[in-house]
Design a protein. Structure first.
Length: 401
């Protein structure tokens, strides 16, 4: 059991799902404010995995599963990317038999097991009064489950895809967009030197915000997104036109990893294995599109195929330090979470809406979807973002439907 409980109680914090720049600043903000308000803070390691694997025995070594956080510790980490608490994609309500912790296998013998009773017991064992999960809709959906079980939960949204419902902004999105723009500008020199078409695959399983914003900012000529199944022949024609009009004789398209073209029945997956939330790993649509563009380009280029540069950005936009927005917003989100705790409020998601910090009911995470409003923001004929006016629009223009 954790020792040295704060005067006001104990707050637990964890990070789940994919890493993004901005997680450590959020952990820092929660910890420093909580300690100064008289709380103890426990960092649960490896996402939901840590709290699932606690051994509730006196003298048991649980150092792999949680740690007591101090101001000195979080100050050092708070300027860096990633998450020093580590992360996982574990869903405690759906644990396969082979993944059940060894000390629980005599109790949980089904092919898929719900370990929520153990999670609740472990939270009690550690003396945690409030839990702050930081994650995307998958990680936070289990936070909703715990809240429904009666535990006090306040959630902080993070995901590069920016698709957590209820908020205009998720930690990690700005850095992702910044890196995508920077890396596109880096690769365009090669595309221009060789007079090629540049195809870049970016994040975006269900929502195309990470392709839309860089394209709107001028990083690419076209983008294709999960919300609209596109005609790859039309895309090729547009890119050839863009290339002809460019003095350096190249063009650029951003391809969301979840995008599909006409004739595809489903998204393109790297492998058949699925994570604990039912998602198979995406990847390969950028390469497939690049191959087709090279072949089809000949019919729009006097019978001569145009060579293509294909690049999957992947973890390059996850790694490294957060940008300014992903340093400031996590600080504000962490303090918003503490504001709620000090008021005795729970079951909320801290959010940014219409340019202002706020909070929303936690179950908004599971009760709706946040996608690009195609009719409002995407030109399906030109395969690129469009807009009528920026007046009174949110900072990142597309708040989602």
């Amino acid at each position: 059991m954790a020792s040295g409980i704060g005067k006001k109680g104990t707050i637990g914090i964890l990070t789940g799902g994919g890493d993004v720049p901005g997680l450590n600043p959020a952990i820092r903000a929660v910890t420093i404010r909580a300690l100064r308000e008289g709380y103890q803070v426990i960092g649960l390691r490896k996402g939901w995995s840590g709290i699932t694997e606690i051994i509730r025995e006196k003298g048991a070594d649980n150092s792999e599963h949680y740690m007591i956080l101090s101001e000195q510790l979080v100050n050092k980490a708070g300027r860096t990317g990633g998450t020093f608490l580590h992360t996982s994609r574990v869903n405690p309500s759906r644990i396969k038999q082979e993944d059940v912790p060894l000390h629980l296998r005599s109790i949980y013998k089904k092919e898929v097991n719900d370990l929520t009773p153990e999670v609740l017991e472990n939270l009690s064992f550690l003396g945690i009064d409030y839990l702050i999960p930081i994650g995307g809709d998958d990680t936070l959906s289990y936070g909703v489950r715990l809240y429904q079980e009666g535990f006090k939960v306040i959630a902080i949204p993070k995901t590069m895809d920016n698709d957590v419902p209820g908020t205009d902004y998720c930690i990690g999105f700005s850095t992702c967009v910044t890196r995508t723009i920077n890396m596109t500008n880096t690769l365009r020199t090669s595309a221009g030197s060789h007079e090629r078409i540049l195809v870049m695959e970016v994040f975006g399983r269900y929502a195309g915000f990470t392709a839309m914003l860089p394209t709107m900012a001028g990083a690419a000529n076209r983008c294709v997104i999960p919300e609209h199944q596109f005609d790859v022949t039309k895309l090729t024609e547009l890119l050839v036109e863009d290339r002809i009009q460019n003095p350096s004789n190249y063009s650029v398209v951003l391809v969301s990893e979840g995008a599909t073209f006409q004739g595809m029945e489903e998204m393109m997956f790297k492998a058949g294995d699925k994570d604990a939330y039912g998602h198979a790993k995406l990847g390969g649509i950028g390469t497939a599109v690049a191959d087709i563009i090279k072949t089809k380009s000949a019919q729009f280029n006097n019978g001569i195929p145009i060579n293509v540069i294909s690049q999957h950005l992947g973890y390059l936009v996850r790694g490294g330090d957060p940008d300014a927005i992903d340093s400031i917003v996590p600080m504000a989100y962490g303090n918003l979470a503490l504001d709620l705790i000090l008021k005795g409020i729970h079951g909320r998601l801290v959010v940014l809406r219409n340019g202002r910090y706020d909070n929303a009911p936690l179950d908004v995470v599971t009760s709706s979807k946040k996608l690009v409003d195609v009719k409002k923001h995407y030109n399906t004929e030109r395969l690129r973002p469009h807009f009528k006016s920026f007046e009174f629009q949110p900072l990142f223009i597309m708040s989602g439907s």
